[in-house]
Design a protein around this ligand. Sequence first.
Ligand SMILES: Cc1cc2nc3c(=O)[nH]c(=O)nc-3n(C[C@H](O)[C@H](O)[C@H](O)COP(=O)(O)OP(=O)(O)OC[C@H]3O[C@@H](n4cnc5c(N)ncnc54)[C@H](O)[C@@H]3O)c2cc1C
Length: 476
Amino acid sequence: MVSELGRILSPEQVLSGPGAQRAYDCDAYSVDRSKPMCIVLPESTEQVAAVVRWCAANLVPFTGRGAGTGLSGGALPALGGVVVSTKRMNQIVEIDIPNRCLKAQAGIANKRLSDAVKDQGLHFAPDPSSQSVSTLGGNIAENAGGPHTLKYGVTAQHILGVTMVDPEGEILELGGKVPGGPGFDFFSLIVGSEGTVGLVTEAWVKLTPLPTAVQTALIAFPTIRDATETVAEIIASGVIPAALEMMDRGILVALEAAFGLKYPEGTAALLLVECDSNLSAEPAGELVQREIETVAAICQAHNAIDISIAQDEAERQKLWHARKKGVGAMGRLAPSIVTHDGVIPRSKLPEMLDFVYEVAERHGVKVANLFHAGDGNLHPCFYFDDRDPKQVHAVIEAGEEIIRKCVSLGGSVTGEHGVGVEKQDLLPLMFTPDDLRLQAMAKQIFNQGNLCNPCKILPTEKSCVEHKKRWRGVAW
Ligand SMILES: Cc1cc2nc3c(=O)[nH]c(=O)nc-3n(C[C@H](O)[C@H](O)[C@H](O)COP(=O)(O)OP(=O)(O)OC[C@H]3O[C@@H](n4cnc5c(N)ncnc54)[C@H](O)[C@@H]3O)c2cc1C
């Protein structure tokens, strides 16, 4: 395999051996691991197509991988085979300012898209907190969200078209610079398909004007309830903030340890609220000022103990630092983190957060929460030691209980991190067997041989069951 793929690409574009296998055996959901036979590093659509044709001809499974920041095991090579990394496909292909769009290769980091057009007053709106490393291809596969999803929408709303390699190795163009078009909308099937229907190699993305006015506030609350009740009330007031994020005491402890950040005494939770507008400068400034004042009044009515409003861009970045670096800071607290992801109607946040702490205590696992509260998108982060099977088991059990509760409150098993291998057995909570069969048929249109990222999303197919037992923490 290694020598044949080395001839198709070049020998230095194929990685193999225990070190490489270890580095690519999981994503950021590290409790399930499975090692690939080898990893390829193609540089163009044609090279990806050549690798996939070889895999199809030799019945070898293959799995696409961007930065490996996925949080549901999507890039785990479930049946081994070849990992196709897009790390060397990281170029911007074309910038079209008059039509406010840009074409880039799939392996480019999300943030580089916005950096490339900021001088023109534009940006790529989806901003997962992993944006400095997670890739365009990974964002498309997971239909990634982020702090600004509340106002600007998820990745699907910002992708115009893709170039992709189907599981037979054929190159397809779906969608394009101009939206719409006749016929069935296969392009919409690609965004959010978690790399199970082909490998995206390039994409046209929409560019959105940068706001002309922004106000950002960090608000400290004495109890979790005060903070969670505030969230629903802000949205009910008619203000739609660009971002409405929440962090609890567990995250603050990690931030204090990692960066020496200090928060007012007695803080149990923080809300980060950003209001923006891209109307012309004067009305934008007034509108945003009015919105942030409304937010501040609601926070005060809910016992806020401190409201800090950024006075300039440097202060704004400092306030965001707490949110963007929160999960990273938790790396100091334990060897492993599992970041869960579920959604509920935001009015249910107070009840849900109480449940999260109760479940964590009952299972004896440590939990901290930082999440996109405005969307009702929860991220309980369990921190633990994955070398201890008992702790791994407790984390998985607690996570499942939380997801079941999300569904029972009218929510979903995942908000933005995808199903991957983590949640596939929970899909029947939301779909009937007929629903699932229809989804399997849609997947099969593209992926007939099931070689493209097998054993993902849909409840485990027979061939995956025996492998699944081996994934959990013991592949090494
Ligand atoms: C600290 C941290 C913060 C995060 N914050 C957010 C957040 O705010 N919002 C959010 O939505 N997610 C967040 N995530 C999750 C993750 O960053 C996103 O899911 C991201 O989109 C994954 O991108 P990636 O390049 O790392 O993809 P990978 O993890 O490498 O892959 C993810 C999936 O995409 C598939 N894939 C990758 N590239 C391609 C391709 N070119 N073609 C087809 N399939 C492909 C893989 O097979 C896999 O199924 C966060 C993760 C971390 C670690």
